[in-house]
Design a protein around this ligand. Sequence first.
Ligand SMILES: [Zn+2]
Ligand SMILES: [Zn+2]
Length: 329
Amino acid sequence: MKALVIEKPGSLRVTNVPKPVVEDVGEVIVKVEACGICGTDIHIFHGLEFARYPVIPGHEFVGTVVDLGEEAKKKFKIGERVVIDPNLSCFYCEACRKGMINQCENMINQGVNKDGAYAEYVNVNMKQCYRVPSEMSSEVAVLGEPMSCVLHGLDRAKVIPDERVLIFGAGPIGTLMYKSLHDVRGVSNADMIEISRERITAAKAAGVESISDVVKDNAYDVVFEASGNPKAFEKGVMLLKPGGRLIQFGVADEDTLANLPLYEVYRKELSILGSFVNPFTMSRALEILRAHEDRFRGIVSKSITLEEAAEILDGKISTKRFLKAMIKF
Ligand SMILES: [Zn+2]
Ligand SMILES: [Zn+2]
């Protein structure tokens, strides 16, 4: 089968590799229909500490069940359409036993430390599969995983509809956050900040109403940092009202530091919270996408081939002009 393989940091090729087969009772072979391109995939190309090399990236995907082990047959059938949760926890480490499955010490991250879906077929576990209706477009179905991560961030922030919310960074994640808050949850006071003109245009085309390159207000209840830029984090903390919460969602390099004004944190009783992947949020994410499909249609704005995906990973094609691209098989 055809696949994109990252052989080591900085080196990739589109090549033929053996098609995966069922090797265990709980396994499912999925014929990939579409796979979203994520910023994490670009990080893996440049070198990510917890990635395994060589690896086939791709963790945001939808496809059809084409083969399955004896155990998996109890739950799924050949021909069913499924979206995959790429993160599979062990359920026996200390973090899992405390209920923090996203902090699992033995987590399998499909497309990071196990082969993912920049390929015609992929081997997953039945525990990762979620049925999706055949009517849901591939453009919306591939948002299942990013949406499940966004929902965890929203859970952490505990936003209520009359609060003022600011989102730094109008990438696909920031835009999903905005639309989940503004369009689905009725948070009318949500603003976005983005420095790239092209991204502002793309976010507006996807239906974001309040977006600018300057901060509109000087006090927010909740700030989502979805850019990974330490300057955004620092600015965000200063913009919080008493009792405010800042959610660090953007992925910074491991050695990036930011300044935290201790007096502000103390005096205003601020909460600084992290949000990592998607514990127990996948079903809800798919339900939101199903119920509000028209709201989320504009986020994947480009369909590409595996060869074009290679050019996005190695920087020959800029991702600034569109919010999210998707490989269509
Ligand atoms: Zn992703
Ligand atoms: Zn675990």
